[in-house]
Design a protein around this ligand. Structure first.
Ligand SMILES: Cc1cc2nc3c(=O)[nH]c(=O)nc-3n(C[C@H](O)[C@H](O)[C@H](O)COP(=O)(O)O)c2cc1C
Length: 409
């Protein structure tokens, strides 16, 4: 006897009507690497090489990812992890996830909306967002998009009056913390960018650019029909300020400059680009509130250790005198879980949110945050951790310190 329609519906699940093409592609992305593949297809060569590559021989870039392969968890199961709390407190603010979105220069190369799309995604997730000195959207316009904590990342350079102006604008716009870089005395050599013919800050029109443009018409159309790319945070908001950029990496920054900024800014100051115990200890001695253990995503000095390798020693050196955040190479919930267990307060996501931005703007960034939130939660459950406070050193196997590791002190 034939089945009745009601019986058929018990046996099968009716698929939802297909979503629009971009959304469908995004929905199929299960990991950050899946989103990265979509992003790579969308971007022309110049933008792609700006996003993906590292400094010089790219050893730091590769080591950042490779180091996570050595992480070995020591789970505490069995225990009841039906209810997991991923919230934590960073720089005095309670946030639902232990993530923040990293500052990046020129995000409009990834997507025509740049910071505006990212700020809305950060707001949706309730997580902090760092705006770069070399951002393409003014601090005032970003602040209008979100009520989540905003951090302003400053490249400190010789022109004190411009630094003063930039800091004052960030303050007036309601930014909560300043991130000061110590890893960008000069800009490193990004060889693939040169091979791709990418010239910053002023893109060059060449045969390669035209060819790549023809292969990526959607990107080109959006780029050409949206407001001209500018760097409004290093000059008056209405100016393009391109002319200042080459002078910024002038190699003049010393600890006294950071002391000067400390006196100007009464909120939290975070030192970005710390890779040694010595730098972290000095940051604390100079009254800074937090450090970001970062090798700039492998984009600056080559042959640096992976941040996950040096993190525990830096956490030990700093103790409870400052917060320790970390970035560089984080693409999975397991990476984030390991860093939190080793003592980081939170993880900053660089490319892990930029892939989403390039793939689908705000929806793409939201998707990436969701992927990492889901993976973090799952890893915590599998490890037997109910809250961020449950993530401690005992969860990660740490080999006895070798002679090579001692060199990084
Ligand atoms: C395309 C790109 C641009 C960046 N621009 C800046 C910047 O302007 N200022 C800054 O402090 N860091 C910048 N960074 C570094 C990030 O803030 C962060 O440290 C790094 O991306 C972390 O590594 P990950 O990309 O592997 O997550 C940039 C990174 C990328 C990928």
């Amino acid at each position: 006897m034939a089945m009745k329609p009601s019986e058929i519906f018990h046996l099968v699940r009716v698929a939802r009507p297909p979503a629009p093409y971009g959304a469908r592609r995004l929905a199929r992305c299960v990991t950050i690497e899946d989103v990265a593949r979509v992003a790579r297809r969308r971007l022309p060569l110049g933008a792609r090489s700006y996003l993906e590559n590292g400094g010089e021989g790219q050893h730091t870039l590769r080591r950042d990812r490779a180091a996570f392969r050595d992480v070995r968890f020591q789970p505490r199961q069995p225990c009841d992890v039906s209810d997991v709390d991923t919230s934590t407190t960073v720089l005095g603010r309670r946030i639902p996830l232990p993530f923040a979105l990293s500052p990046v220069g020129a995000p409009r190369l990834m997507h025509y909306e740049g910071e505006l799309a990212v700020a809305r995604a950060a707001r949706h997730a309730g997580i902090p967002y760092g705006i770069s000195t070399l951002g393409n959207t003014s601090v005032e316009d970003v602040a209008a998009q979100t009520d989540t904590p905003l951090w302003f990342q400053m490249y400190v350079w010789g022109d004190r009056s411009r630094i003063k102006q930039a800091v004052a604008r960030a303050k007036a716009a309601g930014f909560e913390a300043l991130l000061l870089n110590i890893d960008t005395a000069v800009r490193s050599e990004r060889v693939p960018e040169k091979h791709a013919g990418l010239t910053l800050p002023r893109p060059e029109l060449s045969l390669t650019t035209l060819f790549e443009g023809a292969l990526h018409p959607a990107w080109v159309w959006r780029f050409l029909t949206s407001p001209t790319v500018s760097f409004p945070n290093i000059g008056p908001p209405d100016q393009r300020s391109l002319e200042v950029m080459p002078d910024m990496f002038d190699g003049t920054v010393v600890w006294e400059d950071l002391d000067w900024i400390r006196r100007m800014w009464d909120g939290p100051i975070v030192l970005k680009g710390v890779t040694t115990v010595g730098q972290a200890a000095q940051a604390v001695d100079h009254g800074l509130d937090a450090v970001i253990v970062s090798n700039h995503g492998g984009r600056q000095l080559d042959h640096l250790p992976a941040t996950i390798e040096v993190l525990p020693r830096i956490v030990d050196a700093v103790g409870d005198r400052a917060e320790v955040l970390v970035d560089s190479g984080f693409r999975r919930g397991t990476d984030i879980t390991a860093a939190l267990a080793l003592g980081a307060k939170a993880v900053l996501l660089g490319r892990a949110h930029l892939y989403g931005l390039a793939a689908a703007g705000e929806a793409g960034v939201r998707h990436c945050i969701d992927i990492l939130a889901r993976e973090l939660r799952m890893t915590m459950q599998l490890c037997g951790a109910r809250s961020i406070a449950d993530l401690d050193r005992g969860l990660v196997y740490q080999p006895p310190e070798s002679g090579a590791a001692a060199v990084h002190r």
